[in-house]
Design a protein around this ligand. Structure first.
Ligand SMILES: C[S@@+](CC[C@H](N)C(=O)[O-])C[C@H]1O[C@@H](n2cnc3c(N)ncnc32)[C@H](O)[C@@H]1O
Length: 278
């Protein structure tokens, strides 16, 4: 059993390392998520592992513990509407706006195991003829090393591919490999996976025309949310789009974005002026 002191320590570390909000009444969830790591690291109890992290100030294990706490649940074409909006509204507008540069950049921030980025990549492949020679780059980042490794591998379980994928897309874009389904090399090549903590500076990532940060900030404290949204805003082109999760909002956190009317979770830069075009 974790003590209230353990919980306080876990909450402080989760906030410090990843901006995550852990409430005192989440002890069961925290135990459930930390138990496998404690076992794998050879500790008899979670308390023993936390004691060791504190005593030895072990940054590797502290980070691994916080990575275990983050919810990485995701599925292909999650919530469907943002992907419909991407195909029908955003992509045509961006393709017109980038007619000279012939390049569109997309960032999946807090990408989980890759389903979100690969869903976009499948749409891009399906729209290839309409896009012509416009290159679309997708950068998928997550602070969790395991998520990045899994995303890069592009191998998904039977359970994963049953969530959100049509049978046509499964047949067209995946092939079975043992118990897993491996996404085609063509789709895999479209996504560049990088480990990145959204609380950290990210100048090297460059500017993007669309940023998805879905189901990430809802797990964060208000100050971390503000930090993350401000950082995302700095990486978004003035005529770019931000997509948050269905239950998430930028309102109140920062005034850099305004919501696109009738499109839940879709924002444009407050400085831009293309809401009406979409
Ligand atoms: C629930 S998943 C969402 C995945 C995907 N965006 C979706 O909507 O399906 C949240 C992801 O955010 C990541 N995450 C949480 N805090 C983060 C941080 N500070 N920096 C980067 N990624 C973070 C977690 O590791 C997890 O993979």
């Amino acid at each position: 059993m974790m003590t209230p002191e353990d919980m306080k320590y876990v909450a402080a570390e989760a906030h410090r390392i990843a901006g995550l909000a852990i409430r005192p009444n989440q002890a069961c969830l925290v135990e459930h998520r930390l138990a496998p790591l404690a076992r794998a690291e050879g500790f008899e109890t979670i308390s023993a592992m936390l004691g060791s992290i504190r005593r030895d100030a072990d940054p590797r294990l502290a980070k691994a513990a916080v990575e275990s706490l983050a919810c990485r649940e995701s599925w292909f074409f999650r919530d469907r509407k943002p992907f419909d909006s991407f195909r029908q509204d955003i992509l045509p507008v961006l393709a017109r706006a980038r007619g000279t540069e012939r390049k569109i950049r997309i960032w999946c921030a807090g990408a989980g195991n890759g389903q979100e980025a690969y869903s976009l990549a499948m749409i891009l492949e399906e729209e290839a003829e309409r896009l012509g020679d416009i290159a679309v780059e997708i950068v998928a980042t997550d602070f969790c090393a395991r998520a990045i490794d899994r995303g890069r591998a592009g191998a998904f379980s039977q359970f994963d591919v049953q969530r959100g994928l049509s049978i046509q897309r499964l047949i067209h874009h995946f092939e079975q490999s043992g118990k897993d389904w491996r996404i085609s090399a063509g789709i895999r090549r479209r996504v560049d996976f990088q480990q990145h903590n959204l609380l950290d500076a990210s100048a090297a990532l460059g500017m993007f025309d669309m940023i998805l940060c879905r189901n990430v900030i809802s797990a964060m404290t208000p100050d971390a949310r503000k930090t993350v949204l401000t950082r995302l805003g700095r990486h978004l082109a003035d005529d770019g789009y931000l997509i948050l999760g269905e239950g998430e909002t930028a309102a109140g956190a920062v005034d850099m974005f305004r919501s696109v009317r009738g499109k839940r979770g879709l924002y444009e830069k407050a400085a831009g002026d293309i809401a009406q075009a979409a």
